[in-house]
Write a protein that binds this ligand. Structure first.
Ligand SMILES: Nc1ncnc2c1ncn2[C@@H]1O[C@H](COP(=O)(O)OP(=O)(O)OP(=O)(O)O)[C@@H](O)[C@H]1O
Ligand SMILES: [Mg+2]
Length: 325
């Protein structure tokens, strides 16, 4: 059975081998679809519902098998060739810059996390705003593709979406209608928003979810060494939820990250992405942004298959684009 976009087939009620009490516990705790079960995983489900962990593991396995049967997730023991052919069909979202699209092998990949990090003013938020518009221009399917923007730094500006849309010859009112925004006031709120996002993603045909930025609340709230391990655990959990959302909802996830400077670095670049190893291991693609006069440099610093190299892009009225020759 293909994934035909009919969300009724994903409802918790379609799990016919569990009793009504378990179903209502799941629903009361906010689990609406079998995708939610796979996204959150057994430990989270047990904590949220009080259902025994053994039962949660069985539930998650059953939910995963259903998603494999309908082609949402890859079945285990698939040939590399099948995965290769499937990946060729997955669509990418243009960034608005030909150079940056080329660096990314065609644009922002769906079913993956792309991380943008760099100093203030390097264009992270500008890329995010541009993607909210370019996703609407993509020809993935008949329905209009929308963006979900999770704003943690209070830097989302509808005016900028409107001006980028106008410069790209899209009616600004239409463009603004197709961007769903959620402002996160603290790290717990950010986690709740992300946990609840699969429902919004399905309802509004979201094709890209942006979190700008992923770390700012954690950096502000978990101060000092004694809170470091809790901070990293929370970020790790959140990133894994994001990765599973990207895979099961077949969307692109773009996160921005801040940098920290090591004043003792004598050689090389003193700037490092925050979030440590947890962030470095979980992001699928990492782009480091730097200033280069009026333009900006994007460097692919980590990818499972791209070369480490850099390109130039520009910030302009269309959001981002290519430097004038
Ligand atoms: N309408 C516009 N046209 C061209 N450039 C713009 C426009 N609006 C903002 N910019 C430029 O974008 C830059 C700010 O970029 P952005 O907000 O993306 O930074 P950032 O990397 O998100 O920084 P931070 O870490 O502070 O969030 C500024 O240099 C500004 O001049
Ligand atoms: Mg920003």
């Amino acid at each position: 059975m293909p994934d035909n976009g009919n969300e009724a087939i994903f409802e918790i009620d379609t799990l016919n081998d569990i009793g009504p009490a378990t179903k209502s516990s799941l629903k009361e705790a906010g689990f609406r679809s079998i995708k939610d079960l796979v996204i959150r995983g057994p430990i989270d489900i047990a904590e949220a519902t009080g259902i025994a962990i053994e039962k949660c593991i069985l539930l998650c396995n059953r939910a995963r098998e259903i998603l494999e049967d309908i082609g949402v997730l890859d079945k285990p023991f698939t040939t590399a060739n099948e995965i290769y052919e499937k990946r060729k069909l997955e669509y990418r979202i243009s960034t608005g810059s030909k150079n940056l699209d080329e660096l990314l092998d065609g644009g922002i990949e769906t079913r993956a996390i792309t991380e943008l990090y760099g100093e203030y003013g390097t264009g992270k938020t500008q890329i995010c705003h541009t993607l909210c518009v370019t996703v609407q221009q993509s020809k993935a399917e008949d329905n209009i593709s929308r963006a979900l923007y999770i704003d943690t730094e209070n830097t989302f500006r509808p005016e900028r979406i409107a001006s980028i849309a106008s410069a790209r010859k899209i009616d600004p009112r239409v463009a603004l209608e197709n961007v769903i925004v959620a402002k996160a006031y603290n790290s717990s709120h950010q986690e709740v928003i992300i946990q609840e996002s699969p429902n919004v993603i399905n309802l509004h045909n979201i094709k890209i979810m942006i979190v700008d930025s992923i770390v700012s609340h954690y950096r502000a709230e978990f101060l000092g060494r004694s809170f470091l391990s809790e901070r990293q655990q929370r970020i790790n959990r959140l990133l894994h939820i994001l990765l599973r959302i990207a895979e099961t909802c077949k969307i692109a996830v773009v996160i921005t990250n801040q940098i920290q400077s090591s004043p003792d670095a004598i050689f090389g670049d003193p700037n490092k992405a925050t979030g440590g190893n947890v962030m470095a291991h979980t992001s699928t693609y990492r782009l480091y942004l730097k200033k280069a006069g009026k333009n900006r440099i994007a460097r692919m610093v980590d990818s499972p298959y791209h070369l480490e190299r850099e390109i130039l892009f520009a910030l302009n009225e269309q959001g981002i684009g290519d430097p004038q020759k």
